[in-house]
Design a protein around this ligand. Structure first.
Ligand SMILES: Cc1ncc(COP(=O)(O)O)c(C=O)c1O
Length: 347
């Protein structure tokens, strides 16, 4: 099977497993795991933060971060299709009493004016006060889109004037960096908290890191334990993450090339299904509107040919490239998918 459902499906390579096997470990709840400690310090330094906190998931890293910024009953602004508001099952409301308000952006692309326009800090006794704004980079449901650094800068400027915090959901910030050339330090400097995932394009089996200042890190560490995610000998997981940072960042450009190749092959038979110019990184969104197939049918036909994809809407199919998908795999997809789409074109 060629598995294009997500970049989370990667399996640790032999070399990564060997790094995990030889990791130095200790009890991380006591702060004794040297590999976890060095990973947290490493990622914090990469993005210019004082401290890092290893978490089992990106969702937990996001949730620990936003609860540092937003008090119960206050408001986080985020894009309508962002992971925080669409795919974390209301965690901000359930665990932290955070209310959210959203703005909608085509392809998830940030326009600083949108959140600044709806932000209402210090709203007094009758209305919810806005406290923070979240940005997702790359934007998953937007199609792996890379946020403009100019818009991020403008948003920071406006947020500082209004006294608002900023959180970056950087689950795929690695892809954004490779596609844009913007440094991690530059991305980091506009945010109060950041979450990054090692288990997506970088190929580690588990793990995210939440970045913040020291004070927030101490508090987030307590909340991580309170949520039941204080872990013990996690050096084995942190070693996989170190390996991923050492070996798997620059190669993301291969995933981006593969995604381009796939998009171009589909575009060649049906130009309205995908625009390759809108495929910034490793996520290809096919819009099947007007075709005589829906996402579930096309997905079933692909599966029969040994290709897995994700229907993410009745007429939307998502394909994600990653380090377990080779150029030869994509050549095979390109020999199947465009033909299926051509057959579904209306006469
Ligand atoms: C943008 C984004 N943020 C956060 C997450 C959460 O990661 P996890 O599945 O590890 O909770 C994901 C997962 O796909 C994601 O795409």
């Amino acid at each position: 099977m060629i598995d294009l459902r997500s970049d989370t499906v990667t399996k640790p390579s032999q070399a990564m497993r060997e790094a995990m096997m030889s990791a130095e470990v200790g009890d991380d709840v006591y702060g004794d795991d040297p590999t976890a400690n060095s990973l947290e310090a490493r990622v914090a330094a990469m993005f210019g933060f004082e401290a890092g906190l290893f978490t089992p998931t990106g969702s937990l890293a996001n949730q620990l971060a936003i609860r540092q910024l937003v008090k119960p009953g206050e408001e986080l602004l985020t894009e309508t299709f962002s992971h925080i508001v669409r795919a974390e099952l209301g965690a901000g409301a359930v665990f932290s009493g955070i209310t959210t308000r959203t703005w909608e952006a085509p392809r998830g692309l940030l326009n600083a004016e949108d959140p600044l326009h709806i932000a209402r800090p210090d709203s007094g006794p009758y209305q919810v006060s806005t406290t923070a704004i979240a940005v997702e980079n790359t934007h998953n449901f937007g199609g792996g889109t890379v946020q403009s650094i100019e818009e991020i800068r403008k948003l920071r400027e406006g947020s500082l004037k209004m006294g608002l915090f900023m959180h970056l959901d950087g689950a795929r910030i690695w892809n954004a960096h490779v596609a844009s050339g913007v440094s991690f330090l530059e991305y980091g400097k506009y945010f109060d908290t950041v979450s990054v995932c090692l288990s997506k394009g970088l190929g580690a089996p588990v793990g995210s890191v939440m970045l913040s200042n020291k004070e927030r890190n101490v508090s987030a560490r307590q909340w991580r334990k309170r949520y039941g995610a204080g872990m013990r000998q996690i050096g084995m997981l942190a070693a996989a993450a170190h390996y991923a940072l050492d070996n798997n960042i620059e190669r993301l450009s291969d995933d981006h090339k593969n995604a381009q190749s796939l998009a171009q092959a589909v575009h060649a038979v049906a130009d309205h299904v995908v625009n390759p110019a809108e495929v910034d990184t490793n996520i290809v969104i096919l819009n099947l509107s007007g075709l005589l197939t829906d996402a579930a049918d096309l997905n079933a036909n692909l599966k029969a040919a040994g290709i897995l994809a994700s229907p993410v809407g009745p007429k939307i199919l998502r394909l994600v490239t990653h380090l377990d998908v080779s150029a030869a795999d994509i050549a095979k997809v390109n020999s199947v998918l465009p033909e299926l789409i051509e057959r579904a074109l209306e006469a």
